[in-house]
Design a protein around this ligand. Structure first.
Ligand SMILES: [Zn+2]
Length: 314
């Protein structure tokens, strides 16, 4: 798919409203800027919101240039790894949630919902992509609505948990969606948000260099699907502005799946390169750094647990 062809719109900073920014780079014709006021990194030109249904089509889930490569096949092939990830998520949810009514906003094919459904959660999903939401409904038999959480007919003040996993960075109007989510949560309900760390996280830089790419040539493949590139401070600010209070933070990483799908080639290049790759990938340096990063909240996946702040905005 030609990702530069979508009709585009200009936008100011969604966090502070400023239109002063510094251009960082142009990726696949899309300008990436950093807000001069609040530091949020975002696309100052982005595909129009109407283009979303077209964007999250088969190409997004299969081609691998912006979204995923062979989403369904990857899930089937690495089923055990996904089950481990889901099991960790399930454990975390049991720890945080007060009830079992759960809504996942942006549930894609519904694999996590299916896992939780089988473990006694009362699950519902919302997904903008007709392709993946249809799979969740027809193949997995889940209660999934195709469209936006704003137009879905959902019961207000009823959900104990709302999941927003790898979704916030795709939304044109994150504050509107977060406010809608606030209304859907039960009085004890929690919001779980996960999103990737800004543009160039240390894991990606280290991995790219070890895979033989020159620094400076790394192109984030998520553009223009990702409209923002959060860091802990800007992510927390978006949630706070929409009336949420963050009460717990977790750090994860996306590396385990990526390493499986694209295993690095160790025996290539000069002896120093080969040795570095061997130490990093095979002798466990990468795993050690991942674990240390998680403990220090420096993993490339940022996870936040939040509740509606009674003093926050309505
Ligand atoms: Zn700003």
């Amino acid at each position: 798919m030609d990702w530069s062809r979508f009709p585009r719109e200009k936008t100011d900073c969604i966090l502070c409203g400023s239109n002063f920014s510094r251009l960082l780079s142009v990726q696949k014709t899309w300008p990436v800027v950093r807000c001069s006021e609040c530091g949020l990194v975002y696309l100052s030109e982005r595909p129009v919101e109407k283009a979303l249904t077209d964007m999250y089509s088969r190409a997004y889930y299969e081609d691998g240039d912006v979204g995923y490569r062979g989403y369904l096949q990857t899930f089937e092939k690495y089923h055990d790894t996904f089950m481990k990830i889901f099991s960790g998520r399930h454990r975390d949810l049991l720890h945080h949630a007060r009830g079992r009514r759960l809504l996942e906003v942006g549930c894609a094919y519904g694999f996590l919902l299916d896992y939780l459904d089988r473990r006694g959660w009362d699950v519902q999903g919302v997904e903008i992509s007709p392709l993946s939401s249809e799979y969740a409904r027809d193949i997995l038999g889940l209660d999934v609505y195709t469209g936006s959480v704003e137009s879905a007919d959902l019961e207000e003040h009823s959900y104990d948990v709302i999941l927003l996993l790898d979704v916030l960075e795709h939304l044109h109007r994150p504050s509107d969606i977060l406010r809608r989510i606030r209304k859907l949560l039960s009085p004890d309900g929690i919001l779980v948000v996960q999103c990737p760390w800004e543009l160039y996280h240390w894991e990606e830089i280290a991995e790219a260099i070890l895979r033989g790419k020159r620094p400076g040539t790394i192109e984030p493949d998520s553009i223009p699907a990702h409209l923002y590139f959060f860091q802990p401070r800007t992510l927390d600010a978006v949630l706070k502005n929409a009336g949420f209070r963050i009460y717990a933070r977790q750090s994860g990483n996306y590396g385990s799946i990526r390493r499986l799908i694209e295993p690095p080639e160790i025996n290539r290049g000069n002896p120093i390169e080969r040795f570095s790759r061997f130490v990093y990938f095979r002798l466990g340096l990468q795993r050690f750094l991942y674990s240390a990063a998680r403990l220090l909240h420096l993993g490339n996946g940022m996870i936040r647990y939040a509740i509606a702040d009674e003093d926050g905005q309505q």
